[in-house]
Design a protein around this ligand. Structure first.
Ligand code: ADP
Length: 202
């Protein structure tokens, strides 16, 4: 199965993508996670990525396309994959189109005020579990950190960038009849159930 998860930052793409990846046995490919790993390792790519991520801007398409092409060559992608955070521009989508036969694009639709609470409150444990200080606080003793770009100023920029680029992408995939919208405001289980209903039907 070849799927894309779309949604504003904080819509829950990463959280749901992990469950979808488990259920359908396909790798979860998050360009944001790949870039954050490079930042942590302080590679040349990581240094470049950080300068964009710190201000909430998108990286140049050529860099992202190179990363994705390399990732898709790995064996685990043979049966399919789930993209999270890619494509973010029409150029990325067009490129993907030449190397993949996508089956579904799931758009998680969320309200902005909820998104801001989710992102400002988001805390991540060292093993990658996502908590939220407002809705799902980490248990005492669990060591958590906050993403550098999860502060209100940068969140507003990330949201602006998302909405500016989302509409053309939505139109692109609607024309291909593979675009599905899911209400992402509900609890995790309900949202996930709705996503599974769509994916089980394709
Ligand atoms: P979010 O959806 O929460 O903003 P991501 O983890 O998907 O977070 O991305 C974080 C940052 O990484 C983005 O703000 C951007 O700078 C960069 N990035 C990730 N994916 C892409 C992409 N496909 N194209 C360009 N930049 C990207």
């Amino acid at each position: 199965m070849k799927i894309i998860m779309m949604g504003a930052p904080g819509a829950g793409k990463g959280t749901h993508a992990k469950e979808i990846s488990k259920k359908y046995c396909i790798p979860h490919i998050s360009t944001g996670d790949i870039l954050r790993e490079e930042v942590q390792k302080n590679t040349d790519l990581g240094k470049t990525a950080k300068s964009y991520m710190d201000i909430g801007k998108l990286l140049p398409d050529d860099i992202i396309i190179k990363i994705v092409k390399k990732r898709l060559q790995k064996d685990d992608c043979k049966k399919g994959y789930l993209f999270d955070g890619f494509p973010r521009t029409i150029r990325q989508a067009e490129l993907l189109d030449t190397i993949s036969d996508l089956e579904a694009v799931i758009y998680l639709k969320c309200q902005d005020d909820l998104i801001i609470k989710r992102l400002t409150g988001r805390r991540i444990s060292r093993d990658g579990k996502i908590y939220n200080i407002y809705f799902d606080p980490p248990p005492p003793g669990v060591d958590v950190y906050q993403r550098d770009d999860d502060n209100e100023e940068i969140i507003k920029e990330r949201l602006k960038v998302f909405y500016d680029t989302f509409t053309p992408l939505m139109d692109f995939y609607k024309k291909k009849n593979i675009f599905f919208e899911v209400n992402g405001d509900g609890g995790r289980e309900v949202v996930l159930e709705n996503i599974f209903k769509i994916l089980d039907g394709i």
